[in-house]
Design a protein around this ligand. Sequence first.
Ligand code: KG4
Length: 331
Amino acid sequence: MGNKVVGIGLESSCDETAVAIVADGKTILSHAIFSQIHLHKEYYGVVPEIASRAHLEVINDLIDHCLQEASITFKDLSYVAATYRPGLVGSLLVALQSAKAISFTMSIPLISVHHLEAHLYAPFLEGHGIEFPFIGLLVSGGNTALYCVHDYGNLELLGNTTDDAVGEAFDKVAKFLSLGYPGGPIIEKLASQATLKKPIFPKILSDSNETYSFSYSGLKTAVINYIHDHPDADVCEIAYSFQERALEILVRRLFDASKRLKINTLVIAGGVASNKRLRELIFEKKKDFHTIFFPSPILCTDNGAMVAGIGYQYYKKGLYSPLSIDVKARP
Ligand code: KG4
């Protein structure tokens, strides 16, 4: 591996077991993701007990596979990084405990990574340099949050959802319409087939002074009530109108924060960031002075590369974790 610093990243915070080997925090040498969607589909959401057991069953094979594909052994690793928060406790434990075992056995630093910070690092695995500060919008099945990222490990939370996460709202609306799971990609597809494109649902939250909160339970209830009152309504029109409202608030908050804080580098990450309509709405509002980063769809979802990538930055700064570190459910 020459002079390169090679690290392994392990991720199991929710329903994807993911491992990756990354050189110098930017070159992905190998990566593997085991998605558990098929195990949770019938429940329309992630079942924690099923998730943690499934992580345990596959993580060792994924690690072996990644080492082989990168043509290295454990001895070539300079550090091991794992997500330790936030997420499902039983799930988080699988990656963190595996990382502790590798760290202890190979005498290499253990680096515990904040899942949301890792997501925001994803675009920088694709050849872009990072300029701090930037505004980070994290949109997934478990989180909807806006950050001002000042440096590695220095994230200032600007606003959060007060109830459901945006991805969760897509999933719940899809569940109510019996469309399947995960709901995001299905609703996006149906929305693109709408023809009338009339607004059905009200705008979420007005502009408030310097707060960047999000809320999805009102919109979700509005959709459910509408379907009760209009059982013959066109599902594509419902999907379109729901999606417009769900995404509009994200775009509004993102650009409000950019304007107020005078920060023009914007990073959007997490599963919902693969939504093409979200990208379109953001690029419609973008001005010449904005620089916008979206990870490619494979790096939007949970993955090990983002963990190994941000782990490298911690490694360079000597920010190691003790073996006594524990997982945490909350952000
Ligand atoms: O980041 P992620 O893979 O997993 C975690 O939440 O940890 O995000 C999954 C979420 C699900 O709620 C899914 O419905 C949503 O992202 N999602 C989308 C799209 N693709 C995935 N939501 C809207 N549009 C999409 N194209």
